[in-house]
Design a protein around this ligand. Structure first.
Ligand SMILES: C[S@@+](CC[C@H](N)C(=O)[O-])C[C@H]1O[C@@H](n2cnc3c(N)ncnc32)[C@H](O)[C@@H]1O
Length: 218
């Protein structure tokens, strides 16, 4: 694996921070079934704060976001000055253990392509989540159309995982099996898992999922 390319992903998100629109919908009605508005919510990889802002408009007020791209954070604060957004890379969240009721992880696994990195992110999220806290994830699943099959095959040898691919614009992304997502979240009790088809940030369609799980008390 080309670790130089992998470690340059933060620069990519800074470069596109002002131009990308993230179109994946947020299933607010389902979310509200599990999460009352007084709960405190952390959005990891919050981008320019679009989901937190949607929650804010819908009576959730106890909201924080972190993102490793300073430019995404700056755009978010400019668009939504009422939000609490800070720069952080998710490896070492600046919060104490058991401090959040809910953590959101939306379209972040896709650009943290290595299994170990994804496991570290989930483990750090579990640290800051309270017992019985809720983890909400939405992300991309494998597709079976020709365009995707070609790129999964092209990059499988380089990255050692089927589903990882590079885009010419410089980002490395991963589409996942559902089995992988269930393995990543094995310390959670699954409350909701729904397949969907997303529009991507580059105007294509991709399989995706919505997941809600509850942290299992050990
Ligand atoms: C596809 S965007 C999604 C943004 C936001 N969650 C949304 O759905 O609108 C992915 C975001 O995750 C951020 N990101 C990726 N890996 C990260 C990490 N390890 N720690 C913090 N932020 C990360 C990127 O900077 C980018 O803003």
């Amino acid at each position: 694996m080309n670790s130089k390319k992998v470690s340059h992903q933060q620069e990519y998100w800074d470069e596109v921070a002002e131009e990308k629109e993230f179109p994946t919908p947020f299933p607010l009605a389902e979310f509200k079934k599990h999460i009352p508005p007084e709960m405190n919510i952390l959005d990891v990889g919050c981008g320019y704060g679009r989901t937190l802002n949607e929650l804010h408009k819908n009576d959730f007020k106890n909201l924080k976001g972190v993102d490793f791209s300073e430019k995404m954070i700056n755009r978010g604060l400019r668009l939504h000055p009422h939000l609490n957004l800070i720069k952080n890379n998710g490896d070492d969240l600046p919060f104490s253990d058991n401090s959040f009721d809910v953590v959101l992880l939306i379209g972040v696994l896709t650009s943290n392509i290595q299994n170990e990195k994804q496991e570290e992110l989930i483990s750090e999220i579990s640290r800051v989540l309270k017992d019985n806290g809720i983890l909400y994830i939405s992300d991309f699943l494998l597709n079976d159309d020709e365009r995707n099959l070609k790129r999964y095959e092209k990059f499988e040898d380089e990255y050692g995982i089927y589903g990882i691919f590079e885009l010419p614009e410089g980002v490395i992304l991963r589409h996942h099996t559902k089995k992988h997502i269930l393995k990543l979240t094995e310390d959670y009790k699954k409350l909701y898992l729904e397949n969907t088809v997303f529009n991507t940030m580059n105007g294509h369609k991709s399989n995706g999922f919505y997941y809600i799980g509850k942290k299992i008390v050990k």
